[in-house]
Design a binder for this molecule. Sequence first.
Ligand SMILES: [Zn+2]
Ligand SMILES: [Zn+2]
Length: 384
Amino acid sequence: MKKLIFSICIFFSFAITAHTVDVRILSTMSVTTVNVSVHTGTYLLYLDGKPQPDSLTTKVFQLIEINDSIEVRIPGDTIGRFVSFRIVALEDSSVFKIKPIKPFSGTRIYDHSLLITVVNGFLQCINSVALDHYVAGVVESEAGGRTSKEFYKVQAILCRTYALAHLYRHVTEGFDVCDGVHCQAYRGRPSDLNVLSAVKETEGLVIVDQNLILITPAFFSNCGGQTANSEDVWSVSVPYLRSVKDTFCLHSTNATWKRKIAKEDWLSYLASKHKYPINDSLACYNAMNMTQSTRGASYCYAGVKIPYKTIRADWQLRSAYFSIEEAKDSIIIRGRGYGHGVGLCQEGAIRMAKLGYSYEWILNYYYKNVEIINLSKLEFFKEE
Ligand SMILES: [Zn+2]
Ligand SMILES: [Zn+2]
């Protein structure tokens, strides 16, 4: 029987590891105590790498960090202290629950396997999960509640492409990606069935450029009518991240914004940070009456060049696509859109999806000269 379980374990771990991602979960918390239990499916439990009896796997475990070890408790008993605690999923439908106790936080539900060790005095929790289950969790965290399945397909392809292009980010720390915004937000198994079927229906699809390299699938909330060229925001010209006109997002929540700044604060900022000639009356007038009818990169006057992205960062504006008009004692900044503006405009894409445009059409609208390709074909072409 043990041999059979071992063979099954090898089989499933191969099936799951075909495209498995090791995600550090609870990465933004300094956790010292967690409760872990099996939610559904079958698991094997390993303590310090040694397999444990099946009967133990169904318990609720409490894991406490003590002197760089993990004390493992079950109701009414302490099992001992260990260096590692691992539960290995034997089925694709195996799901576990984890609840931080110190610090206290809500229960989260994750697909597949879990490894807990101690790193720098805290519990490090790594969820080994099949790529598309991870993608589904990311789609729900990054774009949940938007209801349209076609939009979820767009987001699934973006999240899958991004994940595969950034698997090296934490390689020296022993996992692939973290669950914070540093990589992609991931809070576990999604609850929206539309998300799950969108991921399933786009299984394996990623976006590549003309050299079959995975693209950087930049996206943001709203472009305000025109997306940005990559070089105007990140100083690097990327062939597929070109400015496009977009009327689809113009009536969405983040299409416009307004900000009032005292005239004297604005002028002293220009003078002190940018050496702008505010004593020149025409220069002064222009700096309080600037217009971006189409997206520009910089405000230029009298030999002074101020990138709009710098103004955005310094004043924490919602976007770098704005015009300025003079009022009595202030300037009014009237802005368009929300976010850096490079790549796909989420609110435009949501509208297109609602109007019946396909995910292929939407992706090709925002990313220029790219191919949507299945990973298996990509691997085939790379071997050619
Ligand atoms: Zn990260
Ligand atoms: Zn837009």
